[in-house]
Design a binder for this molecule. Structure first.
Ligand code: AMP
Ligand code: GLY
Length: 424
């Protein structure tokens, strides 16, 4: 197969690493990729928002399948664009169409969907500028903390959790009336606060059947002990110790099956990955959010734990034959620790030379934000690289990742030294 993989983060490096091991891969292109993806294929400089440019590349290079890493092209309709084009309609795109991607692209759509299918999630109300007063009244009936969510995509920043009512009202107004998150906050979902521990679950589906992938736990806050600002994710572990078979069965029966069936029943064609952000409240799972793609950095532990040929599975999605494919997991644990630029998730510098990437290590190093600069590799983002290791248990895996990271240096780098602290 000739594959075009879209994206440039640690998730895409992990996917490219896995695809490169496939017996059916002929050629892999990654757009735009990073200094790490380059080891597994050819990086090509395409803009992910320019579907015409992607089309030309796909035709000229006889691409058989396009795999979409991030959510934006999906929410913007890349699948629909391919399906509507005579020259592209036979090239499967792995990812949901625009309608199905609304599970991530609109919080209100996701909440309505869950309500229709009795999928456990926090109670909520949705408000616009015109119903701001109703929003205030809704908040008055809730208890602190108050959860406000911009309806649309807001680069992971659109959720506010506020401790007092006055502040919550002020923020609600700022989101709705003053467009705090632009168009994304023209609607706001106000949610009941759920107190529990989060985990991420993943399936791949061809719209008919689905296969579960290993679950993972992501560490989103910048500071140790889960403090400070939210980031894209500072590390991840898989499996998740508290996700015992009983709990995972509840997730499958109460959440995964109703979601896949619900989509089908509503005639929504969903092909690709579904990411379930789950919270465990007293041993009952609730959906915090859906994403229409894999997680990052979760992919950096989930994909290494997949023994099966990823392209075989994706081919099953593309040809509606997923039920005939096998998914086998690696029984070992996997942990990943992210090295980030100092200052991230606020302002930070790029272009720092990275030393030690070629040192011998017991880890897989997935590049997240890196770039080749002549003979050297430099940082090119907030999240720079992820060191993933296997172990007989999480403790062993984490120890290896920390050993690896201690041997990699760049100016003003940062990482959390307590990944896994709460589950070990
Ligand atoms: P989301 O973008 O919907 O995943 O929200 C971002 C983060 O906010 C989640 O990962 C949770 O940590 C937190 N969060 C979202 N919704 C709730 C909720 N209803 N109760 C408690 N925490 C929440
Ligand atoms: N790590 C969370 C996400 O990918 O959304």
């Amino acid at each position: 197969m000739r594959i075009l993989l879209l994206g440039s983060g640690g998730r895409e490096h992990a996917l490219a690493w896995k695809m490169a091991q496939s017996s059916v891969l002929k050629e892999l292109f990654i757009a735009p990729g990073n200094a790490g993806t380059k080891k597994h294929g050819k990086n090509v400089n395409l803009s992910l928002s320019n579907f015409e440019e992607i089309k030309t590349f796909v035709i000229e290079n006889n691409i058989n399948m396009v795999v979409v890493g991030p959510e934006d092209p999906l929410v913007n309709g890349i699948v629909d664009f391919f399906e509507a084009d005579d020259k592209l309609s036979k090239v499967p795109v792995i990812g949901p169409n625009k309608e199905a991607a609304q599970l991530e692209g609109s919080k209100d759509f996701a909440k309505e969907f869950m309500k229709r299918h009795n999928i456990p999630t926090a109670k909520y109300g949705t408000f616009t500028k015109d119903t701001l007063e109703n929003g205030y009244a809704f908040l008055e009936k809730m208890n602190a903390p108050y959860v406000l969510k911009a309806d649309g995509l807001a680069a992971g920043k659109g959720v506010l959790i506020l401790d007092n009512l006055k502040e919550a009202k002020k923020e609600l107004k700022s989101m709705l009336a003053d467009a705090k998150f632009g168009d994304a906050s023209s609607r706001v979902v106000i949610e009941q606060f759920l107190d529990g521990v989060e985990l991420s679950c993943f399936v791949i589906t061809d719209g008919m059947s689905y296969k579960k992938l290993p679950e993972a736990k992501d560490y989103k806050r910048i500071g140790e002990g889960n403090t400070g600002l939210n980031t894209g994710g500072m590390g991840a572990v898989s499996p998740v110790p508290f996700a015992n078979p009983t709990f995972l069965d509840k997730i499958e029966n109460q959440i995964i099956i109703p979601t896949v069936k619900g989509l089908r029943k509503e005639g929504i064609v969903y092909k690709g990955f579904i990411f379930f952000g789950i919270i465990n409240v007293k041993n009952e799972p609730y959906v915090i959010e859906y994403n229409c793609r894999m997680g990052d950095p979760e992919t950096e532990v989930v994909i290494p734990r997949l023994k099966s040929d990823l392209l075989d599975l994706l081919d099953g999605v593309g040809t509606n034959t997923l039920s005939e494919r096998d998914v086998v997991f690696d029984e070992r644990s996997a942990a990943t620790v992210m090295m980030v630029s100092g200052g991230y998730p606020e302002s930070y510098q790029k272009g720092k030379q990275i030393y030690g990437l070629n040192n011998e290590s017991n880890s897989l190093i997935f590049h997240a934000g890196t770039k080749e600069d002549g003979p050297v590799i430099t940082s090119n983002g907030g999240r720079v690289l992820a060191a993933t290791s296997y172990g007989k248990d999480l403790k062993t895996a984490l120890k290896k990742s920390y050993e690896t990271i201690e041997n990699i240096k760049f100016d003003n780098s940062n990482y959390r030294s307590d990944i896994g602290f709460d589950v070990l």
